[in-house]
Write a protein that binds this ligand. Structure first.
Ligand code: ISL
Length: 567
């Protein structure tokens, strides 16, 4: 237990700087805004802050399109502000992890500007350039080198008129993919990473890092509907991915302090790959973000084709990841980030039982084995945006989806609006609700994305003043992970896998066992758990304890969560 890495006891907090706090009134959050609220993070008790991209960027994808890896965008502040933030966090015992976006750069990055300048540029091979499909003229429909669909709708290739060749962009056309087959690219990335570590940052969250190794044959993918294909088999967990991450570890992290944290964001990662990525003996990354549980409510038409969650599916998915990473590797635990709708609106009840369901969801997640991540505003029980007009949305994924669906007549406007209201990434990106004032204390100017009207009731000032709030529940969960070794390192056992409304499991370490119960229902539920009789309450989301009876029967109130210590 003593030998376990520090991050087994740690909780990470994600800051999406654009939406966190605006210090200068331009309507966009910035680093000084983060500095102004370091006390909030300290009061919550988190160990690490992960900062979404703050680098110079045309902001086509809110900073995930980087034009200079070694500076700060003026909209967010200066390098000196970043140094000050590192210092302020370190002074309070917290660490800072940056977002590393190296599957692609901005098309305005000097590397790409040089690469596109001519077919014999020394940096031509730093990106994926290909001629039109054999026998076809450049620009002709279907002449793209592969049939791949981009993550943001439309083809994953853009024609560059100057040379008549196409470049690959798995995301927007302003995010050309780097060619990791070229060792110069990899060395340039590693040098940049070392520069940040030397400057004092404590690690990286690595954006779509399991997409960097592509099958150089670039084969077409299966076509499910329409004309574009799914190329993911050629670039997800690709042929050299483990080699690249092991090389990165050797070149960047080996021999450095064990204070550092590395987490790979990996859409489409399987649990088998995750075991390899996070096996300490292989020295690749500490943990990965997987996507299985946030795909369970996607329908056959994709993320905007929303289906109700079946709790059994969630238990089966989490249960498998807990089991498969029990002896080797480590889990990341999250409900939310800047790409996902708010969890209380998604799997909870953001109306009558907002507080109860937000705290239940938090309890279930944080009591799993793994490192929990809290996304800004989650600790306040913030809800989805509630937008009802296309004009409210800013997210490129949402806007491109709407444009494509309208062009092909896939869906009515009402259907599109319903899909966006449930799933748009902008749901996570509305400004953090600090207080009940106009613009929620986020800015004195006009916020870049509308503030959610419920900020008059749901805000940090009110949450922090109320001991029964979502905020204080998160604070207690984080404290429990710090103080109770069972929470950090105990074995996980799923109970009642078939139950439709109650999530139940135990965590055990050296004969000490915690029972965790969470009701995903607004109706009372009753379950029977052997051994629950006589157990003692550790943490719950109701003011009074409702203990099991002598037969281990527990009556759970709407969205109730209980953590109990068994005898
Ligand atoms: O948001 C998603 C779900 O619809 C994903 O497809 C998402 O684009 C994917 O998880 C990758 O996300 C990361 O890389 C993107 C960026 O837009 C996201 O914000 C980032 O988290 C490209 O850099």
């Amino acid at each position: 237990v003593e030998d376990a890495p520090w991050w087994t006891r740690a909780v990470v907090y994600q800051v999406y700087p654009r939406s966190f706090a605006d210090s200068d009134g331009d309507g966009i959050g910035d680093l000084r805004g983060v500095l102004d609220h370091v006390d909030h993070l300290e009061a919550l008790g988190v160990d690490v802050v992960w900062l979404s991209p703050i680098y110079p960027s045309p902001q086509d994808d809110n900073g995930y399109d980087i034009s200079d890896y070694q500076d700060v965008d003026p909209v967010f502040g200066t390098l000196a502000d970043l140094d000050a933030l590192v210092e302020a966090l370190h002074a309070r015992g917290m660490r800072l992890v940056l977002d590393l976006v190296v599957n692609h750069t901005s098309d305005e990055h000097p590397w790409f500007v040089e690469s596109r300048s001519s077919a014999d540029s020394p940096k031509r091979d730093w990106y994926w350039w290909r001629p039109p499909r054999h026998g076809m003229a450049a620009g002709q429909p279907g002449a793209e080198p592969t049939n791949w669909r981009s993550f943001f709708s439309g083809p994953a290739w853009e024609l560059d008129e100057a040379t008549g060749e196409y470049y690959l962009h798995l995301f927007s056309r302003k995010q050309p993919d780097l060619n990791w087959e070229n060792p110069e690219v990899r060395q340039a990335v590693y040098a940049m990473m070392r520069w940040w570590l030397d400057r004092g940052v404590d690690g990286f969250r690595m954006d779509v890092i399991n997409l960097v190794s592509k099958d150089p044959a670039l084969p077409d993918g299966p076509v499910h509907d329409g004309v574009l294909g799914d190329g993911s088999a050629a670039y997800t967990n690709g042929p050299r991915i483990h080699e690249f991450l092991a090389e990165m570890h050797r070149e960047v992290f080996a021999g450095r302090s064990d204070r550092l944290l590395t987490v790979g964001e990996m859409p489409g990662v399987t649990v088998e790959h995750a075991r390899l990525f996070t096996d300490p003996a292989r020295a690749e990354v500490d943990m990965v973000f997987q996507f299985e549980h946030v795909g369970l409510d996607h329908g056959p038409g994709g993320k905007f084709d929303v289906r109700p969650l079946r709790l059994r599916d969630l238990k089966a998915s989490f249960g498998r990841w807990q089991a498969e990473l029990a002896d080797v590797g480590w889990n990341s635990l999250y409900w939310n980030n800047h790409d996902q709708p708010r969890i209380v609106s998604r799997f909870g009840d953001d109306g009558r039982y907002r507080r109860e369901s937000a705290t239940m969801l938090a309890t279930v997640l944080h009591l799993h084995r793994g490192t929990p991540y809290v996304y800004q505003g989650e600790e306040l029980g913030m809800t989805n945006a509630g937008f009802t007009s296309f004009d409210d949305y800013r997210d490129i994924e949402s806007l491109r989806h709407v444009a494509e669906a309208r062009a092909y007549g896939y869906a009515s406007d009402a259907e599109l609006l319903a899909g966006l209201a449930a799933m748009s990434r902008d749901n996570a990106r509305t400004p953090v609700q600090w207080d009940a004032s106009r613009h929620a204390g986020f800015t004195t100017g006009t916020p870049w994305l509308p503030v959610t009207p419920n900020h008059v009731d749901v805000n940090a000032a009110r949450e922090r003043a109320d001991e029964r709030s979502v905020f204080h529940h998160y604070r207690r969960l984080i404290e429990l992970r710090h103080t109770d070794p069972v929470v950090a390192l105990g074995d996980f056992t799923m109970l009642l896998p078939e139950h439709e409304h109650v999530y139940a499991f135990t965590r055990s370490l050296d004969g000490d066992t915690l029972l965790v119960l969470g009701s995903f229902s607004g109706e009372p539920q009753e379950v029977q758990v052997d051994g629950a009789a006589g157990s003692a309450p550790v943490l719950g989301n109701y003011a009074d304890d409702a203990p099991p009876d002598a037969d281990g029967r527990v009556r759970l109130r709407p969205w109730e969560a209980q953590v109990r210590r068994l005898r």
